[in-house]
Design a protein around this ligand. Structure first.
Ligand code: PRP
Ligand code: URA
Length: 207
C-alpha cells in the first residue's frame, strides 16, 4: 500500500523544502513537521492497549499505543530530523540507526554501519526522506526483515514513481506513507523536481 498525503498544508511545506532559500534549520524543522503528519496517518489504525496510569485521581487504566512495541529506524544522514520528530511525538519508542551512502557513480546504496535494537516481533517505522531509485529503502528493509519484526512501515517525504514501484513490488507487505510523489529521476538519479540532496540541505554541506 502506498499512501500519499493530500493536505494543502503538506503541499505548502513541500514547497518550502523545494525553495533553495530555505536554510538548514528551517529545512530540518519542515522535515520534522511533515514527519509528524506522516506518523499521524501511519498510526491512525494502530491498536490501543490499556495502561495503568498514576493520575491525580489515583491509579486508573487509560488507552495508549504500546510505544515500547515501536522502533523508529533512521537512515543516516537525511533521516535524522525524521527520527527526532517521531521521538518527540512518541517519546518512549526505541531508535535504530542505519548508515548508508549512495555511490555517486553506480547510484547504489552502501551500508557501512548498523545499530539496530532487538527487532523480533516489533513494529518498525523506517524513516528516510528520499526514495529516488528505491535502492536504499530496499536494502534497509531487507536488513530489518532479517531481524524478524512483526511489521515494517515506511515514512518518506518525497519519492519518484519508479523508486516507489521498485520498493512496493519487492516489499508488498511494507506500507509506505509518503508526503509527495514527484515526476521522476534525472540522469544522476536525483528526484525531479525534488529538493536537491536532503542530507546536504539539512546539514549545510552543499558545495
Ligand atoms: C539519500 C536519501 C536516501 C537515498 C535515496 O541519501 O536519504 O537514503 O539518498 O536514494 P535511493 O532511493 O536511490 O537509494 P544519501 O546517499 O544522499 O546520503 P545522505 O543522507 O548522507 O545525504
Ligand atoms: N538523495 C537525495 O537527497 N535527493 C535525491 O533526489 C536523490 C537522492
Amino acid at each position: 500500500m502506498i499512501f500519499e498525503l493530500s493536505n494543502p498544508l503538506t503541499k505548502t511545506l513541500i514547497t518550502h523544502l523545494r525553495d533553495k532559500n530555505t536554510k538548514a534549520p528551517q529545512f530540518r524543522h519542515t522535515i520534522s513537521e511533515l514527519t509528524k503528519q506522516l506518523t499521524y496517518e501511519a498510526l491512525k489504525e494502530f491498536p490501543l492497549i490499556d495502561k495503568e496510569t498514576s493520575t491525580w485521581l489515583g491509579n486508573k487504566n487509560y488507552k495508549t499505543i504500546d510505544e515500547e512495541d515501536i522502533i523508529v529506524v533512521t537512515v543516516l544522514r537525511a533521516g535524522m530530523p525524521m527520527l527526532d520528530s517521531a521521538m518527540e511525538l512518541i517519546p518512549n519508542v526505541t531508535a535504530g540507526f542505519l548508515a548508508m551512502k549512495r555511490d555517486e557513480e553506480t547510484h547504489k546504496s552502501i551500508l557501512y554501519y548498523d545499530r539496530l535494537p532487538e527487532c523480533k516481533g516489533k513494529t518498525i517505522l523506517l524513516v528516510d526522506p528520499m526514495v529516488a531509485t528505491g535502492g536504499s529503502m530496499c536494502d534497509a528493509i531487507e536488513l530489518i526483515k532479517s531481524r524478524m519484526p512483526s511489521k515494517i512501515i515506511a515514512l518518506n517525504i518525497i519519492g519518484s514513481p519508479d523508486g516507489l514501484e521498485t520498493l512496493h513490488s519487492k516489499h508488498q507487505d511494507v506500507d509506505i506513507y509518503i508526503a509527495q510523489i514527484d515526476e521522476g529521476l534525472n540522469k544522476d538519479k536525483y528526484i525531479i523536481p525534488g529538493l536537491g540532496d536532503a542530507g546536504d540541505r539539512s546539514y549545510n554541506t552543499e558545495d
